[in-house]
Design a protein around this ligand. Structure first.
Ligand code: ZN
Length: 148
């Protein structure tokens, strides 16, 4: 990922309803490898959390994201991914590194931002992302064979 974009989130992103319910949309162009923003939310360590509503942070910690990032939808060919900075120390408040959203492809203003949810097979539901490489279900590549 390249340098951080100093613009405010509300100038870069917009939550609006789409054919899949609410989604997160770009209000500006994002270059490939640019940082879209830090994902704020509640860090929890309870493994009983439903994987559909949390993001993995490593060290058995999970993030329950707040708006606007809680509206990120899934795509089997996403344009964004979650990451942390290799040289950034853990956040002293949570004990784990902060999580960021970055563009893995060039994103045009108006496009919906998506990530690959990679859910376990036990939570898989049919996917309607429409990408050519759609797995047919919202499920991780590794567990796709477990879903009928
Ligand atoms: Zn799909």
């Amino acid at each position: 990922m390249s340098k951080k974009n100093p613009r405010k989130l509300q100038d870069k992103l917009k939550v609006k309803s789409s054919e899949h319910g609410y989604g997160l949309f770009a209000k500006t162009d994002f270059a490939k490898d640019s940082v879209i923003g830090r994902i704020k939310g509640k860090v929890v360590s309870d493994e009983k959390h439903d994987p559909r509503y949390v993001m993995e942070m490593g060290n058995d910690k999970l993030l329950v994201p707040k708006a606007p990032f809680r509206y990120l939808n899934h795509s089997c060919r996403p344009n964004c991914e979650l990451f942390d900075w290799e040289d950034e120390p853990p956040n002293p408040k949570t004990g784990v590194k902060d999580l960021y959203l970055g563009a893995i492809r060039k994103i045009k203003s108006g496009a919906e931002l998506t990530i690959d949810y990679s859910w376990p097979a036990s939570f898989a539901i049919p996917c309607h992302c429409g990408s050519k490489k759609c797995r047919g279900f919202i499920v991780s590549e590794e567990e796709r064979h477990l879903v009928a």
